[in-house]
Design a protein around this ligand. Structure first.
Ligand code: FDA
Length: 392
């Protein structure tokens, strides 16, 4: 038997569920198909288990894409405040961790429940553990062969996300469908991902695993001032995750370990306490074990009076421009997002339909539109899902 619905959404993640509910409320019959055994796995994992569900300060400048203007329209038509209003309507407890950055208070679960409730109210049918084997054109619409039987529909929405974290259901499905229908797909790479280090630096930093401190990190002309975390594999924490999206293999990271010190403190300190050591003062500015290790590496245990002006300036420069050449990144295994993807120049920024394939839509992370850390990626899922849901 062949089932017939108006819309099939492939992917029961953030974008797919938002799109399905929106279309369902318009009276469209909607079937969501996902190969995973439960919907919204990434939502549950997100934000350290507390889902950073939006950012009230989201702007197009928070996104990376070969076609940066593509996100403007959708972000305007379904804003962070629109999603926040939905969160309030469902009575979800939330908190603002940094200005504009909204998280669930205890767990991500209420955000997934909100979406599933909206889908239920909108009459959406969700089919899990269902693989899509083939999508083909049939008249003006499409026919899908799935492990749960054949389905015919007028619109297909690809909301299957990117390649990040395959154990949460990520697959290259969306890119393959784009290519099947002749749409360009831009090269992909892991974003918002921890760095791995060259063997020498990795061995030296490994004993400091778990230490976190505020830094300002620069790569090219992009800079982020946030905490850095040393891990047993390399460097992580918000500063490193943010800059990873702008890093290319071979690039050097420039890390300012004293971002709060506007002027060099060393010459005045040498005047006031000539017999004190750099290490003693660094202990006040950095986590103690990091201060100790840096002092050992650079031989900074000597009294300050033994340093010339030039040596103090050199010391200050080393702390403000610690140059790290990462070995690579941890890749899709731990990346929060996938950069690149379906080229948005082949997609309508108003409807999210493929320009040359009427009825075929792409939303969310499968598109070449990647947000910075801070709730922007979910906002993109909500905005793109809502806008497509208005027209499918
Ligand atoms: P998403 O990946 O959510 O959903 C895709 C769905 O498609 C999945 O359910 C998958 O199973 C399904 N699928 C894939 N291939 C399929 C196939 N072949 N057949 C059928 N179904 C298929 N962002 C943010 O703004 N704030 C945050 O706090 C976080 N935190 C965070 C933590 C971690 C650990 C990760 C990995 C990511 C984040 N993110 C985030 C990013 C955010 O999770 C991401 O941008 C959105 O989930 C993207 O939503 P989509 O719906 O596009 O894809």
């Amino acid at each position: 038997m062949i089932a017939t619905v108006d819309v099939v959404v492939i992917g029961a993640g953030a974008a797919g569920l938002m799109c399905a509910a929106t279309a369902g409320y318009r009276g469209r019959s909607v079937r969501v198909i996902d190969h995973a055994n439960m919907p919204g796995k990434k939502i549950l994992m997100s934000g350290g288990g507390r889902c950073n569900f939006t950012n009230l300060n989201t702007t197009p400048q928070h996104f990376l894409s070969a076609n940066p203007a593509f996100c403007i329209s959708a972000l305007k038509r379904y804003t962070a405040h629109d999603f926040f209003e939905l969160v309030e309507r469902h009575g979800v407890d939330w908190c603002e961790k940094a200005p504009g950055q909204l998280f669930c208070t205890d767990s991500s679960r209420p955000i997934l429940d909100l979406l599933l409730t909206e889908c239920e109210w909108a009459g959406v049918d969700i089919h899990l553990k269902t693989a899509v084997q083939r999508i083909s054109r049939r008249g003006d619409g499409f026919e899908l062969e799935t492990s749960g039987g054949r389905v015919q529909c007028a619109s297909v929405v690809i909301a299957s996300g990117g390649l990040s974290i395959p154990t949460l259901g990520a697959s290259g499905f969306g890119y393959r469908i784009a290519e099947q229908f002749g749409l360009p797909v831009l090269p992909t790479r892991a974003g918002l991902v921890p760095f791995t280090l060259q063997p020498d630096l990795k061995t030296r930093l490994a004993p400091l695993s778990g230490i976190s401190c505020p830094v300002s990190v620069r790569c090219g002309d992009q800079r982020f001032s946030e905490p850095m975390l040393i891990t047993h594999r390399g460097l992580s924490g918000p500063a490193m995750l943010q800059i990873s999206s702008y890093w290319q293999p071979g690039d050097t990271l420039h890390v300012d370990l004293l971002p709060q010190q506007t002027a060099s403190p060393w010459r005045p300190l040498r005047e006031r306490r000539p017999s004190s050591t750099v290490e003693q003062h660094l202990n006040d500015l950095l986590p103690r074990r990091l201060a100790q290790t840096l002092s050992e590496w650079h031989g900074w245990q000597q009294p300050l009076q033994s340093f010339s002006n030039a040596a103090l300036d050199e010391l200050d420069a080393q702390l403000r421009d610690w140059q790290v050449k990462p070995g690579g990144t941890e890749g899709y295994r731990t990346a929060e997002v996938t950069l690149g993807g379906v080229d948005t120049r082949a997609i309508s920024s108003r409807t999210f339909a493929a320009n040359e394939v009427p009825g075929l839509f792409f939303i969310g992370e499968v598109l070449d539109m990647t947000g910075q850390l801070g709730g922007h990626n979910f906002q993109w899922a909500w905005s793109s899902g809502y806008c497509a849901g208005q027209v499918v």
